[in-house]
Design a protein around this ligand. Structure first.
Ligand code: SF4
Ligand code: SF4
Length: 472
């Protein structure tokens, strides 16, 4: 028998936002997801079947809405008009003044969970980045499939339902990036997998993420351009990721993996970076890297994400947080941009990364990233057999460009050969970084292919030999 002190719940559907927390809370399975959109709110309220209800109140405690699930004893007819239809009244009139403001939420820290050792796996780069995201604590994926990145979304669509996560194939990339804005605002790690044409469509939304200082990870597996281009592995989006992330003073951390192992490692770490700095992270792979298989070792730990204090996640402690990218007063927007600039400077100071290969005695540097860096290693072996002292400088962060690490090598370097599967966007980043840091560039040569054609080992080797005569 139910005690009169423990009334069953009732729900005015118009005050239910459909968060489903009450379903998890109810031990008697009295509450189920709704099936009909409420015409007044546009949301889908839950449905109650209280036959088994024992009045435990757990659902009411779980409900974050102050006028959501409430005890039957507080039911008030005042929300209904004379004909019995719902009238949207001021809730304060129905239920009294709002509860006292809750204490602000504190950061709920991430949890590190140790994993057992397992055998290395052979994985495509796209799958590796999806697994890295899962291990990094990501359970939300919003996207629109596009070759050559689709395997990342495909794997997430299969796995996430089993992990209590969400995979949403949006109607477009524009919709997907705005879903990421919502998830990021809620303090939830989320990722998308895309390629050049899709990434172009996301730029406006990325600018909003940057302006509102929200996390979110974008895996862009680059393909040939401009336009629809082709599916070849062109490094066509370096400029867009480093210099053109939508309108305004927009920057994201841009990472350039070189192997499937790095696709996993950087995808996992990207959530740390994205939440630490409250900034989007772009993982720029090329089409070859996304499709290439390689041996991948899994880490011995995974991350269970906490909840940042700034998030708008729906509970009482976070209720008064506001996420917005709009600053209508010019002076306020200027202050916000100055704040962003200080953050960008902190990132540039702390996060520059590069991989150095045979650079200790080098007087010639190849600068390359992604798959062309692998071709460069073969060319370096051949060139060293000819007596050339060549090393590889492989930027792992493209923004910020690792100029501090390059500067350490510059005194010994006579020439730089920039190797790209693209129209010179990596070279532009190099020249900008040298210029802003106040360095005179050494002699710079290039090996470039376009349209999805990769520079070959022979082409790089031949340039190393030919250029030797120019500088000597
Ligand atoms: S009061 Fe308890 S049993 Fe009844 S619906 Fe709520 S959680 Fe379920
Ligand atoms: S917890 Fe409250 S707002 Fe969330 S679904 Fe249940 S009744 Fe609706």
């Amino acid at each position: 028998m139910v005690s009169p002190l423990r009334p069953k719940p009732f729900l005015q559907p118009e005050y239910c936002k459909g968060c489903l927390r009450c379903i998890d809370a109810c031990p008697k399975h009295c509450i189920t997801p709704g099936h009909e959109i409420n015409p007044i709110t546009g949301l889908v309220p839950v449905e109650l079947n209280l036959d088994a209800c024992n009045g435990c109140t757990l659902c009411m405690q779980a409900c974050p809405e102050p006028f959501g699930l409430r005890p039957e004893t507080e039911r008030c007819g005042a929300s209904c008009g004379p004909d019995g239809d719902f009238e949207l009244n001021d809730p304060a009139k129905l239920f009294g003044p709002r509860q006292v403001k809750a204490e602000p939420a504190l950061d709920q820290p991430d949890e590190r969970i140790e994993l057992p050792a397992c055998e290395p796996m052979v994985l495509k780069g796209n799958y590796a980045s999806a697994i890295g995201a899962l291990l990094g604590g990501c359970r939300h994926v919003f996207g629109y499939p596009i070759t050559p990145s689709t395997e990342g979304s495909e794997l997430m669509a299969k796995i996430l339902p089993k992990l209590n996560g969400s995979f949403v194939q949006a109607v477009s990339e524009t919709a997907a990036v705005n879903m990421m804005y919502g998830a990021g605002g809620g303090g939830v790690p989320c990722i998308t997998f895309t390629s050049g044409p899709g990434f172009s469509l996301m730029l406006e939304g990325i600018s909003y993420l940057v302006g509102a200082e929200l996390p979110g990870v974008f895996v862009n597996i680059m393909r040939g351009g401009p336009g629809l281009g082709n599916l070849g592995p062109e490094q066509a989006d370096i400029a867009m990721a480093c210099r053109g992330l939508g309108h305004g003073n927009s920057h994201a951390i841009v990472l350039a993996p070189g192997t499937p192992q790095e696709m996993l490692d950087l995808a996992m770490e990207s959530f740390d970076l994205s939440f630490r700095y409250r900034i989007p992270v772009v993982i720029l792979g090329d089409g070859y890297l996304g499709q290439m298989t390689g041996v991948v070792k899994l880490p011995r730990h995974m991350i269970k994400r906490g909840m940042p204090a700034w998030a708008v996640c729906g509970d009482r402690g976070h209720r008064h947080n506001v996420i917005s990218s709009i600053q209508l007063a010019e002076v306020d927007l200027e202050k916000h941009n100055e704040h962003l600039n200080r953050k960008y400077a902190r990132i540039a100071e702390a996060e520059q990364r590069a991989d150095l290969y045979r650079c200790a005695d080098a007087d010639t540097l190849i600068i390359a990233c992604n798959t062309p860096a692998r071709m460069a290693k073969g060319a370096i072996a051949a060139a060293r057999a000819e007596g050339l002292r060549v090393g590889l400088f492989r930027p792992v962060t493209l923004w910020p460009f690792p100029i501090k690490l390059l500067a350490d090598l510059l005194p010994q370097i006579d020439r730089i050969v920039v190797v790209e599967a693209g129209p010179g966007q990596l070279e532009n980043e190099l020249r900008l970084a040298l210029s802003h840091a106040g360095y005179m560039p050494p002699h710079i040569e290039t090996v470039r292919r376009h349209g999805g054609v990769l520079p070959s080992q022979d082409e790089i080797f031949n340039q190393l030999l030919a250029g030797r005569e120019v500088v000597s």
